[in-house]
Design a protein around this ligand. Structure first.
Ligand code: AMP
Ligand code: ZN
Length: 468
């Protein structure tokens, strides 16, 4: 039985899809005004694990992710500039160029991290009509009002507004009284459509029944999920920061317009904690996947690091922890490569043990995606002396459908590319010594390389190097 922690009920619930055997899933994707940092990718990784676990359970998933290329304002209070327009101005580029560039980079990093793409990406600017239609629907039902800068949603008209975040509306009103000076009727009201400032030409703006302007950020997810997955679907996810405002407002809009429950299961990934390293894009100081690559880590070292924490716990990022993950991953890869070079095949006699491992693994991943415990099951199998190499590989490849560490396609040539130049040079010197029949020198070099943590063995092509 698959159990997932539902933010709506604050409890682990059995996953029961709307249509048996199928699931509709929507994730809030990137705002493409800058690079995605490794914190953002912790959330996309968690969503990838969720997708893989659903599929591992034989569920057919229709997975949608949006790309926010308009309407995400710098402040969550519907004030300040649009993040895209601001960044474009700073860089002297058009918002369209900006969006294309950062979306491309996002796709690159996603692929490097072995994150499976959704079935459909929806770009906010491709769904302006659907967003306007939804605002019209809310207007017809009496949930909106007009201010000098746009059309707003009146949150006081919904009895259960804030149910996802368990918002203390009265407390919010008290706390915010001093700053609360806009034309909003209630502190929690939010923009559905923003009007372009009269004296300013925006790069992205559209005609609407209320005047030229652009959609509020939240409406895109309500309108696009409705267009692809319908009024009511199974799973919606994002980072924990989306609970109090973005997802709260998506629920308000969708349920007010559609007149039915929006989503059954809300899942949220906790943040990557960078400690002293600020992880904010607005300060311009943040670590991207490229930063890690430049420092000599492989993207999958970072994926392995992410697997070591449960998605609902804060995970502290330090380079020491990443080094430990890299070592763990190298150790696993080197064991897998050794197993691959053996010709042992699975024996019938081991079928029960293999099946027991798979059951135990399924229990862990189905317990709200418990990756650290699932990883412990993998190591147990790797170290189990009652299994031969073929049997271990059978188990490892099966588990890696969820872990996504590329273990099945791993080959020693790929690993060679990660070998430092110094070690490759030593290996070449050893081949040279051997060709001159200086076996003493060849052995010395082999020993030196071993001390540096690598093993050279002879192969048809000359030599193979692997990390020990
Ligand atoms: P954005 O591009 O700002 O819309 O963010 C993309 C995703 O990253 C959202 O789901 C955020 O909740 C998530 N996110 C932002 N910062 C972090 C962080 N430090 N750790 C984990 N997820 C984050
Ligand atoms: Zn969203």
């Amino acid at each position: 039985m698959l159990k997932l922690f539902n933010t709506l009920s604050r409890s682990k619930e059995e996953f029961i899809p709307v249509s048996p055997g199928k699931a509709g899933m929507y994730s809030c994707g990137p705002t493409v005004y800058n690079y995605q940092h490794i914190g953002n990718f912790r959330t996309f990784f968690f969503e990838d694990i969720l997708l893989r676990v659903l599929r591992y359970n034989g569920i057919e998933v229709k997975y949608v992710m949006n790309i926010t290329d308009v309407g995400h304002l710098v402040s969550d209070q519907d004030e300040g500039e649009d993040k895209m327009e601001k960044s474009a101005k700073q860089l002297g580029k058009s918002v369209f160029e900006l969006s294309e560039f950062y979306t491309g980079f996002f796709f690159r990093d996603r692929d490097l991290l072995n994150i499976i793409p959704p079935d459909i990406y929806t770009k906010a600017t491709d769904y302006i009509k659907e967003q306007i239609d939804m605002v019209k629907c809310l207007e017809e039902k009496g949930f909106t009002y007009k201010t000098s800068d746009g059309i707003y949603f009146d949150t006081s008209l919904l009895k259960d507004y804030g149910k996802l975040a368990k918002l203390d509306i009265e407390g919010l009103k008290e706390g915010a009284r001093i700053e609360f000076s806009t034309e909003k009727k209630n502190i929690t009201d939010f923009a559905l459509w923003k009007l372009s400032p009269e004296n300013e030409k925006r790069q992205m703006e559209w005609e609407s029944p209320w005047g030229i302007g652009f959609p509020g950020w939240h409406i895109e997810c309500s309108a696009m999920s409705k267009a692809i997955l319908g009024n009511h679907f199974d799973i919606h996810c994002g980072g924990v920061d989306h609970i109090p405002i973005h997802h709260t407002n998506e629920i308000a809009q969708s349920e007010a317009c559609n007149g039915e429950k929006f989503v059954n299961y809300w899942l949220h990934g906790e943040f990557l904690d960078m400690g002293n390293e600020k992880m904010s894009k607005s300060t311009g100081r943040f670590i991207t996947l490229q930063t890690l690559i430049d420092k000599g880590y492989s993207p999958l070292d970072y994926r392995f690091f992410l697997l070591t924490a449960h998605y609902r716990r804060k995970q502290k990022f330090t380079f020491e922890a990443l080094d430990a993950a890299k070592n763990g991953y190298n150790n696993l890869k080197s064991r897998v490569l050794n197993m691959k070079s053996s010709d042992e095949k699975s024996r019938d006699a081991s079928a029960q043990i293999i099946s027991d491992y798979k059951i135990s693994f399924t229990e862990k991943i189905n317990d709200d995606l418990n990756m650290p415990e699932a990883m412990a099951v993998l190591w147990e199998a790797v170290k189990d002396n009652s299994l031969n190499d073929g049997e271990k590989l059978d188990i490892i490849y099966n588990f890696d459908k969820v872990f996504g560490l590329g273990l099945e396609s791993l080959n020693s040539d790929d690993e060679k590319s990660e070998i430092p130049d110094e070690i490759k040079k030593l290996a070449e010197n050893r081949t040279e010594a051997k060709s001159q029949k200086d076996f003493k020198k060849a052995d010395e070099i082999r020993e030196l390389v071993k001390q540096k943590g690598y093993d050279i063995s002879d192969s048809k092509e000359g030599f193979t190097i692997r990390k020990i």
